[in-house]
Write a protein that binds this ligand. Structure first.
Ligand code: PLP
Length: 361
């Protein structure tokens, strides 16, 4: 099956804009007359430093990052941040965690090694089908930070508001970064693995309020200290050079599409089409509750696992790839990141309608 006959709904690593891949292909053997690819050049070279600085500047511009905050290009995925956040910010005290899905649950579990975790909310009992309201959040008095995950990639829920807390906000935006405007000044720290919406796997972007850095526990490895990485401009050691270059290309593409404001309009429109149909369908059932639904990962199922499997198989035959849900939530999941065109949603919708006609009893 060739690329032009496929829509890739993978939850991550996921689809990248075609123009970005073409530019990378063009630059692959010889980056701008350097006689080598970006993968082969020293990270201390002038050519790479320019790529690095440009990527950072473009990211800051796209997210409107204020001067109070620093942008770091790290490795270790979102998962390393589950440990880095408490090691650097908890100071042996208490942190509030809102557990609304798999990844925030993992983050809370990791944080317990370094301090006291207070569950400000936990939607485990209802299968993470919704996001708690502000009134439901149980905030502790002396929290060092409040941690949440803005989009739950597996369960398909997304925070529709920014929590109001006295403690600094720490947010895992791995699966919805660059999809809407964010007031960065309201956050102590934002992190996101690149492979959902920004670049290939291997890069993690961190945006940190510089006044929060420098409080790491003495056991913190040097490479896991935000202060060190700020001081070294993310180059304590070799950064993920290729991924940073790819991020730079993606940010050019993003700007040509109207930036994060343009992405926000598109994301709403894409997801709304699917939810409208799911709500009127007699066969398909949306997983997440209205008011909490994710624009990025639309999760749904049929009444039977056998039918789910048939749906996924038939989808793949039509070039609608990777619509199988995560193993822990089951059912189906359509991931609609920035590079997913509306045509992909239309093709999926048309298949769902055919499937319902065929299977409705
Ligand atoms: C994918 C994902 C992670 C884990 O990212 P890794 O890069 O695999 O460590 C963490 N949080 C969210 C919200 C994710 O979607």
């Amino acid at each position: 099956m060739s690329r032009e006959h496929v829509f890739n709904f993978s939850a991550g690593p996921s689809v990248l804009p075609e123009s970005v891949l073409r530019q990378a292909q063009k630059d692959l053997m010889d980056y701008q007359g350097c006689g080598m690819s970006v993968m082969e050049m020293s990270h201390r070279s002038k050519a790479f430093q320019e790529i690095f600085d440009a990527a950072k500047a473009k990211f800051k511009k796209a997210m409107k990052v204020p001067d109070t905050h620093e942008v770091l290009f790290l490795q270790g995925g979102g998962t390393l941040q589950f440990a880095m956040v408490p090691m650097n910010l908890i100071e042996g005290g208490t942190a509030d965690y809102a557990v609304t899905g798999n990844f925030s649950g993992k983050a809370a579990k990791e944080a317990k090694k370094y301090g006291t975790v207070h569950l400000a909310a936990d939607t485990t009992p209802t299968g993470h089908d919704r996001i708690p309201t502000q009134a439901e959040l149980q905030l502790s008095q002396d929290a060092k930070y409040f941690y949440y995950c803005s989009n739950n990639t597996i369960y398909g829920t997304e925070w529709q508001y920014v929590p109001e807390t006295a403690a600094p906000l720490v947010c895992d935006m791995s699966s919805d970064i660059l999809t809407r405007p964010v007031d960065v000044s309201r956050y102590g720290l934002i992190f996101a693995g690149a492979q959902k919406n920004m670049a290939p796997a291997g890069l993690t972007v961190v945006v940190i309020d510089k006044s929060l850095a420098g409080r790491e526990l003495p056991i913190t490895p040097e490479i896991m200290s935000y202060q060190t990485m700020i001081d070294k401009d993310s180059m304590l050691n070799t950064p993920p050079c290729w991924c940073i270059y790819m991020l730079s290309l993606v940010l050019d593409w993003l700007e040509s599409q109207g930036g994060v404001a343009g992405m926000e309009q598109l994301k709403r429109a894409r997801a709304q089409k699917l939810y409208d149909y799911l709500d009127e369908s007699d066969l398909f059932i949306a997983r997440a509750l209205p008011g909490s639904r994710s624009d990025m990962n639309v999760t749904f199922r049929t009444p039977s696992e056998a039918l789910d499997a048939e749906f996924v198989k038939g989808a793949a035959e039509r070039g609608l790839l990777n619509v199988k849900g995560h193993r822990i939530s089951g059912g189906m999941r359509a991931s609609l990141y920035n590079a997913m065109p509306m045509e992909g949603v239309d093709a999926l919708l048309s298949y769902m309608k055919d499937f319902e006609v065929k299977h409705h009893v």
